[in-house]
Design a protein around this ligand. Structure first.
Ligand SMILES: *Cc1c(COP(=O)(O)O)cnc(C)c1O
Length: 367
């Protein structure tokens, strides 16, 4: 048996006709940059997250960059964030000339440790930027309390968490701004790049719309220096079709996660958890063990592909040596980076395949 981390062809095959019909319409209308599909997608995605405004852009990285631009973050400012995420969470801070200030993660969830955030606040702090890593909502109520006590905006990096639920509400609806990615490998993926900013603030949304399109409200009149961060019409057409299936797909991911957790319960491994009040979007199912590298190699020999998210925390990346962090500064993140292993997860994974993965893991540990 051969099992890959992700299999998009199965998902595409299941909705191929719908996709081709939607893309055919866009091609007929030649609405390739923004246009009616993008407007439809913005409305539908905003409704899905129960937020008033969605502004679609060309990547999650652009969404994060725009969010910090909207908050007027600049040189000399600090933004508190997690060292244990995909690098682009920190890029947004760096693009604005500000400084990422890292806070270690919780050992149990891989998400930023809300209890340590307050200590990291200085007069230069301008925002808090947590991530819902692997689809699991971070400690939003604690973080929002700290943010409001210090009058700081909270920006959610929800790039991995479409459909994640915190205390009954979708993630992306808690922060002043929240950012999503529609990279093909995410829970909701385009046929290329895509992203979105969500907010309940009409002024911020209007400025985001202008900034994503060269800083214009009226063509060829530039209010401020902007970007070309427009979402493409074809990507929006694909996303409108896929969004209709997202809830069912997340259910499918949950089924995979629950089967893994049942079948691996007696193996000496650390399994992912959902704290009280959190429902993960199960973007990834990430286990932990000190023998991670041997396990990964063994599983690959059995035809099972796993991946490592992430092998090096951001404070130890070469590009961030100027920040002056050292090994040992964030021990929980550092330990996670050598122990984590993400098992294959996607809604179409069969019971038989899941059983095979678990039997091979059991074989590795229990003989
Ligand atoms: C994927 C991802 C991003 C970046 O999104 P792109 O669309 O690839 O630019 C940002 N943050 C996190 C946590 C991500 O997983």
């Amino acid at each position: 048996m051969k099992i890959t981390c992700l299999n998009l062809s199965l998902q595409i095959a299941s909705i191929r006709q719908e996709l081709e019909k939607a893309m055919g319409k866009t091609i007929e209308h030649c609405t390739f940059c923004l246009g009616p599909d993008v407007i439809d997608f913005e409305q539908q995605f905003a409704r899905f997250c129960n937020v008033q405004h969605a502004v679609a852009v060309n990547s999650g990285t652009s969404a994060l960059h725009l969010a910090l631009r909207l908050l007027c973050i600049g040189p000399g400012d600090e933004v508190i964030t997690t060292p244990y995420t995909f690098a682009s969470t920190s890029w947004a801070i760096s693009y604005m000339g500000a400084r990422p200030v890292y806070v270690d993660i919780e050992d149990s969830t891989f998400n930023i440790d809300a209890a340590q955030v307050e200590k990291a606040i200085t007069p230069k702090t301008k925002a808090i930027l947590p991530v819902h890593l692997y689809g699991l909502p971070c400690s939003l109520s604690h973080l929002l309390k700290v943010a409001s006590a210090h009058s700081l905006p909270l920006v959610e990096d929800a790039a991995q968490a479409h459909g994640g639920i915190y205390r009954g509400r979708k993630v992306g609806s808690f922060g002043t701004l929240s950012c999503f990615s529609f990279h093909p490998a995410k829970n909701l993926g385009a046929f290329g790049e895509g992203g979105a900013i969500l907010t309940n603030d009409a002024t911020l949304a209007a400025r985001a719309r202008s900034l994503r399109e060269h800083g214009t409200k009226q063509r060829y009149y530039h209010n401020e220096i902007g970007y070309n961060y427009r979402m493409e019409g074809l990507q929006a057409a694909v996303l409108c079709v896929k969004l209709k299936h997202l809830t069912a797909w997340i259910k499918g991911r949950r089924r995979v996660a629950e089967l893994y957790s049942q079948m691996l319960a007696d193996v000496p491994l650390r399994l992912p958890i959902e704290p009280q009040g959190c429902r993960s979007a199960w973007h990834l199912y990430t286990i932990r063990h000190p023998k991670r590298d041997q396990l990964k190699k063994f599983l690959l020999q059995q035809g099972i592909e796993c991946s490592i998210h992430y092998p090096r925390p951001l404070h130890l990346q070469q590009c961030y040596t100027p920040l002056g962090y050292r090994v040992g500064d964030f021990p929980v993140a550092e330990r996670a980076s050598v122990e984590c292993l993400s098992l294959p997860i996607y809604p179409e994974l069969t019971g038989e395949q899941i059983e095979f993965v678990c039997s091979q893991i059991r074989h590795f540990f229990l003989g």
